[in-house]
Design a protein around this ligand. Structure first.
Ligand code: NAP
Length: 290
């Protein structure tokens, strides 16, 4: 049985949909998908109870406190959801002998580099959010078998709430869109992250930390230009902004591309970010590019 936590989130909903398609209606009981309403993971005791009650072979944790600026003011909530909840999941996984899949972030790094980060590079978070996610990674390692999959600039969930969705909406509406020209990332399409997650687990790949991002690196500005080209929207709507010109409560890493060779060596290749964005734009606005 598979237990998905955070089932209504961007990634959670995608994984649930993928598993439902795979398992099919007759085996629907093989999947338990819990939203925040059904299980508040900040309640560590409730997390342990749920894991013991369902006895899953696999726990996929898609819950997160993702408000990067909010975490500076409310580190307690960030820590309870991003770290101590994961500790409870890892302990539960140990009790029922389950594999734990947990997701983390590029924000565990400080961005002071000029080449894509590898899994073994030293983490040095700049923000309370990043620190809470790093602690969650460490706690996840208490599970007997665990995968910590670092993703970044995630997009493609059913609620269409990502930064890429805002760029698409602005361009379609003919509005100016401000985008960072000096933050470098490796975008992650939820469909590809879901595929990679299930492939790693079914291949019984070695446990540990993996960078689970689309292949390649880009500035937000170049990614937005790629979207504009696909949409046939004027590039002039895109207004490049420097990270130094914007005051945000939490510091962001400047260079945070992630190298995904370890994932590839485990037999899971991720499409390039350009292909992922093209697929997403075409799926969001059918008829584009045809
Ligand atoms: N989004 C990104 O760009 C990004 C970047 C790097 C890493 N990640 C990581 O990728 C993973 C998936 O992110 P995502 O974008 O899918 O996040 P998301 O859309 O914000 O989903 C997170 C889910 O967790 C739920 N949640 C929050 N607090 C909870 C609690 N106390 N108990 C139970 N559920 C709770 C949320 O419920 P509500 O909807 O009710 O709040 C939401 O459904 C996370 O580990 C995240 O840190 C994401």
């Amino acid at each position: 049985m598979i237990l998905v936590l955070g089932a209504a989130g961007q990634l959670g909903a995608t994984i649930v949909e993928r598993l439902r398609r795979r398992t099919g209606a007759p085996e629907a009981a093989a999947l338990i998908a819990l939203t925040r309403r059904e299980l508040d993971v900040a309640d560590a005791r409730a997390v342990g109870d749920a894991i013991r009650r369902h006895g899953p072979a696999l726990i996929v944790n898609c819950t997160a406190y993702n408000d990067v600026d909010g975490a500076e003011e409310d580190a307690t909530t960030a820590l309870s959801v991003n770290a101590f909840a994961v500790q409870a999941m890892a302990r539960g996984a140990a009790e029922v002998d389950a594999t734990l899949v947990h997701y983390s972030t590029d924000f565990v790094f400080d961005g002071e580099t000029d080449r894509p980060y590898r899994e073994e590079d030293r983490a040095r978070p700049l923000s309370a959010y990043g620190a809470s996610k790093l602690l969650g990674e460490w706690f996840a390692a208490d599970a007997p078998r665990h995968y910590v999959l670092r993703v970044e600039s995630l997009f493609g969930g059913p609620a269409a709430r990502s930064s890429f969705d805002k760029i698409i909406a602005g361009l379609v509406a003919g509005r100016d869109v401000a985008v960072f020209s000096d933050r470098i990332v490796s975008p992650s399409y939820v469909e590809h992250v879901a595929d990679a997650t299930l492939a790693l687990v079914s291949r019984r790949a070695a446990g540990g930390v993996y960078h689970c991002v689309n292949t390649g690196a880009t500035t937000w500005y170049d990614a937005a230009r790629h979207i504009a080209t696909r949409l046939g929207a004027p590039q002039s709507l895109l207004k490049p902004v420097s990270i130094n010109d914007v005051t945000l409560r939490a510091r962001r890493p400047r260079y945070c591309a992630l190298a995904n060779e370890k994932l590839r060596r485990a037999g899971v290749s991720m499409p390039r970010w350009e292909d992922a964005l093209t697929r997403y734009v075409d799926k969001t606005l059918p008829g584009i590019g045809s």
